[in-house]
Design a protein. Structure first.
Lengths: 360, 285
């Protein structure tokens, strides 16, 4: 019995010795940078954080895609270093944060209407029709209002099943903001927000949840990030933008939506832009960090690490990942504003501008 | 001396368990007090509204209480014939035989399958069936979750029932046979009445399990926060709404979710208590 005990103790001791050796040298004692939030940009963050880690030895970034609402709450609770959200903080949320929070836009994307109808690869929809679907007023796919803008397509006599988010979602925020702009009825009855009171349809958790249900349900339609639709090969509807053109969500159309004046604090929405090529449900997605990095037990090193990550994400290397996953890189004005905001991050009054970082 | 230390350790361990339970109850009660103060205890329980919009924020537990009770009782109804059949099979007809141990092992296997795996199976295997039967355009809803829930609670209902049915004294059964009854008559008039309290207890325990089930239900019920209009409609249960909305809830919404958690805790505790009382009565008899 005793021999067995010693026998087991030996490898455990060896293992712990090994670990401490590698820790005493180099940067591996650096703590991980943790973040949580939106599922919409998760495909983007997945790749860009991985690239950051391989470009910077010893750094670790962990990201939990729990929804924009969860990200904001985690940041407020100080359980993560940064939060990620597709909805910028409203006045009430800003007041509930214990200290000032800045928004760094990381990329742009489009919320697409993915649907599953057998044999129909192309469909045109307008904001009013989508609003009617989600209000439960438009019940069948072969309704004449849909047929009117889709001549030549054989729409089936099938119930429309709208799918929405069961958790607090920035994607929902942008989607409902778009519908509030294009439909007075939606604005009066539903409004915009991360969580709403939906009269029709079914709900799922996260972008992947909605995408999964749409893929499995004949006659369903759901709003998701364009990358999710592409990964699952779901057809998406062309939407009518303000200028009257039916557009898909592509790099060009999403970037065209950002041709607006951007405020310094980067809290802006680019929904229903009047650029003729713009995709109507385009959005910014943000990483939220505290302006004063001195809270709880944070060290100035942790603040520096966080800034290094932010600078990488908005650098050329970080931005070109966006195109790979069918989102869009930030326009120049957004990058300028971001750099300005990052330079304002301080540690108890001491500015942290990381001069060692090689990114531009 | 060793004895004393050992006893002390045991008391210590038991004390920690009690402390833990008290701690859980305290945490639930203290954090849900905001919601109960805002809406009133009965007001909160009887309110079917669940409106998260900032302008018209209002929370009430009724939709979820009804959804939970609806799915749990429906699951019990669906599982009843199957679990009774299995328990008679194991406890009476093939008692002690090889086939009975095989069936028991398989049923125990069913009990061991994780909830999320049931949810996955229900999503990909049972849902298309419901769509094909024409019951529903998208498959999700009360019916789908009740069916899967029924399969999940069959092991709990049947294993305990089997015990009680096999515990019926042989002399009672032989007495019935000697009076000329068939096996079915014997079961109807002797076995089932004798084991009835135990069987009821086992179903109540199964119900308790069904009430708290989270993952499988949240994947299959459609997550619509309102009172369901019947079997074909979608709805939401107490456990499912907490799982979905807990991550970003704060303020009064968080307090409402914790209040729902407290209500669920109380309901399942009560159900388990009733089952225990019944079993105690049977033990004494």
């Amino acid at each position: 019995m005793r021999r067995l005990f010693i026998f087991l103790l030996f490898p455990i001791v060896l293992y712990s010795c090994n670990n401490s050796n590698s820790n005493s040298g180099g940067n591996s004692s650096r703590s991980a940078i943790s973040g949580a939030g939106a599922t919409f940009p998760y495909p983007y963050y997945n790749i860009v954080f991985r690239d950051f880690m391989s470009a910077n030895e010893g750094y670790t970034v962990n990201y939990g895609a729990i929804g924009s609402g969860g990200g904001i709450r985690s940041l407020r609770d100080h359980s993560v270093d940064f939060g990620a959200s597709d909805a910028f903080l409203n006045q009430k949320e800003i007041e509930s944060m214990n200290s000032e929070v800045i928004h760094i836009a990381t990329c742009m994307g489009g919320v697409v209407m993915a649907y599953t109808l057998e044999g129909i690869d192309s469909l045109k929809l307008t904001g009013e029709l989508i609003s009617d679907m989600y209000l439960g007023k438009l019940k069948k796919w072969n309704d004449k209002k849909i047929a009117a803008i889709n001549p030549g397509i054989n729409l089936p006599d099938l119930d429309i099943t709208p799918v929405y988010r069961s958790d607090g979602s920035g994607t929902t925020f942008n989607f409902s903001e778009y519908l509030s702009i294009v439909s007075k009825e939606w604005n009066d009855n539903m409004g915009k927000g991360k969580s709403l009171k939906w009269p029709a349809g079914i709900a799922a958790k996260g972008n992947p949840g909605v995408a999964g249900i749409v893929q499995q349900t004949e006659g369903s339609i759901g709003y998701i990030g364009s990358e999710y639709a592409l990964t699952l090969r779901l057809p998406t509807a062309k939407l009518k933008n303000r200028a009257g053109n039916y557009v898909d969500a592509t790099l060009e159309t999403i970037s065209a939506a950002a041709n607006v004046a951007l405020p310094d604090d980067m809290r802006a929405t680019i929904t229903d832009s009047d650029d003729p090529n713009a995709y109507p449900i385009s959005l910014f997605t943000w990483i939220l960090v505290y302006k004063d990095q001195k809270y709880d037990n944070r060290t100035i090193e942790e603040g520096k690490d966080l800034i290094k990550l932010l600078q990488y994400v908005i650098s050329e290397d970080g931005q070109k990942v966006a195109a790979q996953i069918n989102y869009a890189p930030l326009p120049e004005q957004a990058l300028v504003n971001n750099r300005n905001l990052i330079s304002q991050i301080h540690y108890g009054g001491v500015a942290i501008l990381d001069n060692e970082v090689s990114s531009n | 001396m060793k004895d004393k230390i050992f006893r002390l350790l045991l008391f210590f361990a038991a004390f920690i368990i009690l402390l833990l339970c008290a701690g859980i109850i305290y945490a639930l009660v203290s954090r849900s007090s905001d919601a109960f103060q805002e809406y009133g205890i009965l007001g909160f329980i009887a309110n079917p509204e669940w409106d998260p919009r900032p302008a018209t924020e209002e929370y009430g537990a009724l939709s979820f209480i009804i959804g939970t009770i609806y799915t749990a009782f429906l699951a019990l109804l669906f599982c009843f014939p199957f679990s009774l059949a299995v328990s008679l099979f194991n406890g009476e007809y093939f008692k002690g035989k090889r086939i009975s141990s095989v069936v028991r092992s398989v049923v125990d296997l069913l009990a061991g399958i994780p909830s999320i795996v049931y949810g996955l199976w229900g999503f990909y295997a049972v849902r298309p069936l419901i769509i094909d039967l024409g019951l529903n355009a998208q498959g999700f809803g009360i019916l789908l979750s009740s069916v899967v829930l029924a399969i999940m609670i069959i092991p709990y209902a049947s294993s305990l029932s089997t015990e009680f049915i096999s515990m019926v004294p042989n002399n009672l059964k032989e007495g019935a046979y000697s009076l000329g009854s068939t096996q079915i008559e014997m079961i109807r008039h002797i076995s089932l009445p004798t084991a009835s309290s135990g069987i009821v207890a086992s179903y109540i325990l199964a119900l308790g399990r069904a009430l708290g089930e989270t993952m499988a239900v949240t994947m299959l019920i459609g997550n619509t926060d309102r009172i369901p209009n019947g079997l074909r409609d979608t709805g939401n249960t107490m456990a499912s709404v907490i799982a979905n909305q807990f991550g970003e809830a704060d303020g009064i919404k968080l307090s409402s979710l914790i209040a729902i958690g407290l209500l669920l805790f109380i309901i399942t505790a009560l159900i388990n208590l009733i089952a225990k009382l019944i079993m105690k009565r049977v033990g004494r008899a």
